[in-house]
Design a protein. Structure first.
Length: 230
C-alpha cells in the first residue's frame, strides 16, 4: 500500500512539474510576444514621429514650384493672369485639405481721392473701397480664402496672408510670389495642426497694387465678432 501511495505521489509530482513547465513556457512565450509587440509599437511610434517631423520641415522644391508658377506672368486685377493664379492657389490649398472660396469684388477708380482715403484715420472711410461712389470700373478682383475644415466660429482667428496681384510692368517674382510661396508653404506644414484656442485662415489678396483694396475689402466684409479684438 505504501508503495502504491508513493507511486501515485510520484506520478502526481511528475504531472504537476510538467504542468508547471507548460505554464512557465506559456508565460515566457507571452512575455516574449508582448516584448516584441512593445518593440514593434515603439518602432511604429518612432517612424510616425519621424514622418511628422519631416512634414514640419519647409520643402525648398515646393517653395520654388510656387514661385515659378506665380511669377510667370503679370496678374493685374480682372485679367486672365489673375484668374489663373487664383485657380492655382485654390487647387494647391484644397490639396492640403483646406476649404477654399473666392471673394470677388469690383474695383473702381477714385482718381486723386485714393491718396486721401488710404491714410484716412476714420476706419469706415478706410475700409470703404468706393467711398465717392465712382462708376468708373477697373475690373473684378478676386481674393482667395482658405480655411481648415474644422473651422470654429467660436474661436479666435489668426490670419496669414499675402497679395498675389502685380502691376502691368512685372510678373511679380519678387513682388509678391515670394510672399505667396511663404504663405502656401506655411499652410502645407500646418495642414494637420489642431489648436483648441484659435483658427488659422490663409488669405491671398488681389488689388493690393490698387491702394490695398484687396485687404481693405476683405476686412470690410468681416462680421463684428470677427473684427473684435480679444
Amino acid at each position: 500500500m505504501r508503495q502504491v501511495i508513493l507511486f501515485v505521489l510520484s506520478k502526481f509530482r511528475q504531472r504537476t512539474f510538467k504542468a508547471l513547465i507548460c505554464v512557465l513556457s506559456v508565460l515566457i512565450l507571452v512575455g516574449c510576444s508582448n516584448s516584441n509587440n512593445n518593440k514593434i509599437s515603439e518602432d511604429e511610434n518612432k517612424a510616425n514621429t519621424k514622418v511628422e517631423t519631416e512634414n514640419l520641415k519647409p520643402r525648398e522644391e515646393e517653395i520654388m514650384k510656387t514661385i515659378k508658377y506665380m511669377g510667370q506672368e503679370p496678374s493685374v486685377l480682372g485679367t486672365e493672369g489673375e484668374k489663373k493664379k487664383a485657380e492655382y492657389l485654390k487647387n494647391k490649398m484644397e490639396n492640403y485639405g483646406y476649404s477654399v472660396k473666392f471673394q470677388d469684388f469690383e474695383v473702381f477708380d477714385l482718381g486723386e481721392r485714393e491718396r486721401y482715403v488710404i491714410t484716412d484715420s476714420n476706419l469706415d472711410t478706410f475700409l470703404n473701397i468706393n467711398s465717392i461712389d465712382s462708376t468708373k470700373s477697373k475690373g473684378i478682383a478676386r481674393n482667395v480664402i482658405a480655411k481648415s475644415k474644422d473651422y470654429d466660429n467660436n474661436k479666435k482667428t489668426l490670419y496669414i496672408f499675402a497679395h498675389y496681384d502685380t502691376t502691368k510692368r512685372t510678373t511679380g517674382v519678387y513682388d509678391n510670389s515670394t510672399g505667396v510661396s511663404t504663405v502656401v508653404e506655411t499652410a502645407r506644414v500646418l495642414q494637420n495642426h489642431k489648436n483648441k484656442d484659435f483658427n488659422i485662415v490663409y488669405v491671398f489678396f488681389s488689388a493690393e497694387e490698387n491702394y490695398r483694396k484687396g485687404s481693405r475689402y476683405f476686412l470690410s466684409q468681416l462680421s463684428e465678432s470677427e473684427k473684435k479684438i480679444f
